[in-house]
Design a protein around this ligand. Structure first.
Ligand code: SF4
Length: 228
């Protein structure tokens, strides 16, 4: 996806961001998980916490043989809270996991394959009705676990768009509007799932390393793009 780095056109800038970050970091091959099921649990646990804390919680679940629909369905809620405590907000997150597991049993008899067969609007609508699953979590599940062409918007995406003046007020812009910005330029299709996968992972990597609350622009690969 080659495009001029100083192209004022939004489409050109979005393609440039992808090219620059891919060139700098290489392919990310997300999500960091051993199974699609683990992706879903990780997507819930990662809300409002650092990934290192999620890893501790996931490792606890794994060590106790709990990384399956059936095991998480059977486990006592209070025990689950204890195992996922390192991820923070463990009372709420335990309930969110239970709600998702109950949904998966009720609607899909614990079959991820059946979930993957649903179309995006149907599955997204169902996920968003589950307690504690918002747009970013739902879209992370759709993209990284169910392999659907859905672009994920997170706080780093908003920050980078805002700081580079691509969308004014991006931090408060509606999720769907930001998502549409990307999907208008990289259309949702089977062929673009890999790009959606990599693009979000690259943005998160750039955000964590450079586009922090206080940006480290001097060393950031995106410094060649214009800043507002
Ligand atoms: S750190 Fe600076 S150059 Fe890098 S993405 Fe953020 S605002 Fe842009």
């Amino acid at each position: 996806m080659e495009a001029g780095c100083r192209n004022k056109n939004k489409s050109g800038i979005l393609l440039s961001i992808y090219d620059i970050l891919l060139d700098k970091f290489g392919t990310m091959n997300w999500w960091p998980a051993r199974s699609d099921f683990e992706v879903i649990i990780g997507a819930i646990l990662t809300q409002n916490t650092a990934w290192t804390n999620v890893e501790k919680a996931i490792n606890n679940l794994d060590a106790h043989g709990l990384l399956s629909f059936e095991a998480l369905y059977e486990i006592d809620l209070n025990l689950l809270k204890g195992y996922i405590k390192p991820s923070g907000y463990y009372n709420q997150k335990a309930r969110k996991i239970k709600e998702f597991i109950n949904f998966a049993k009720r609607e899909y008899n614990f079959s991820l394959e059946l979930m993957k067969k649903e179309d995006v609007p149907t599955m997204r609508g169902k996920l968003l009705k589950i307690f504690g699953i918002g747009e970013e979590t739902a879209d992370s599940i759709l993209l990284y676990a169910l392999k659907k062409p859905v672009f994920v918007i997170d706080a780093y995406t908003r920050r980078i768009l805002e700081r580079h003046g691509i969308i004014k007020g991006a931090s408060k812009e509606k999720y769907e509007n930001l998502q549409r910005l990307f999907t208008a330029n990289i259309v949702p299709s089977e062929a673009n799932i890999k790009i959606y996968n990599e693009y979000h992972a690259l943005i998160v990597t750039a955000g964590k390393m450079f586009c922090k609350r206080t940006p480290l622009c001097d060393n950031c690969p995106l410094k060649e793009l214009e800043l507002e």
